[in-house]
Design a protein around this ligand. Structure first.
Ligand code: G4P
Length: 190
């Protein structure tokens, strides 16, 4: 998606070979018009796939996922990274480790919001090693639901996540695929 690549090149910044700063339009400040276009691009690709629900992980996946769900006229569930006292009812949980951030969290969802037999479209901001996506796959399995497709705003193609998802036979669409980067330089795959 050219508009997204332009935003990455002009408003993003490669901190080093591994981390791309996109807080000007995706992770901190959000560009709603760009996120709307992102959501519509996902909706065009995944339309007709028989999806029942869009899922994302808080927090940076929410903006692109809202616009995707709106365009596809599907409900959206936001998977939580922590529970709270007001999260009642039966909860499904799985542990996810983030290599980029060096953190670990309990990916959590109310069973009511991820139902048996549903086909789920996962939308997320970044794909790196795929740990978050695999956490969503495990939660869906617990719920008796199935992830059929994965829409990623920015894929770090030099990390293992894409291959791990492709190997499962999932329909994966990344709108920008970063082949490599270093301070002052960002190269895309296509
Ligand atoms: P993985 O799920 O593909 O294995 O990715 P990894 O554990 O390496 O990283 C997960 C977290 O790190 C996610 O944020 C993801 O958005 C973020 N991340 C990964 N690579 C980059 C990068 O190059 N730049 C930026 N800005 N973020 C990156 P999160 O913990 O879910 O936070 P958030 O959604 O609340 O922002």
């Amino acid at each position: 998606m050219q508009k997204l690549k332009d935003a990455i090149l002009t408003r993003g910044k490669a901190i080093n070979q591994d981390v791309l700063l996109v807080d000007a339009f995706l992770n901190h400040q959000i560009d709603p018009a760009l996120m709307r276009d992102v959501g519509e691009a996902f909706a065009r690709h995944f339309a007709g796939g028989g999806y029942d629900r869009v899922a994302t992980i808080e927090s940076s996946g929410i903006a692109p996922a809202v616009f995707t769900a709106l365009a596809m006229q599907l409900p959206l569930v936001v998977l939580k990274k922590q529970t709270s006292r007001i999260m009642t009812g039966e909860l499904l949980q799985t542990t996810v480790r983030s290599f980029t951030k060096g953190t670990e969290y309990q990916l959590t969802v109310k069973r009511d919001f991820l139902r048996e037999g549903e086909k789920v479209l996962l939308i997320d901001d970044f794909l790196a090693s795929g740990e978050a996506a695999f956490g969503v796959l495990r939660l869906c399995e617990q719920a008796g639901a199935q992830v059929g497709g994965v829409g990623i705003v920015i894929e770090k193609a030099f990390q293992a996540g894409r291959k791990r998802l492709d190997d499962l036979g999932l329909d994966v669409l990344s709108l920008a695929r970063v082949r490599s980067m270093s301070p002052g330089r960002i190269d895309f795959l296509d």
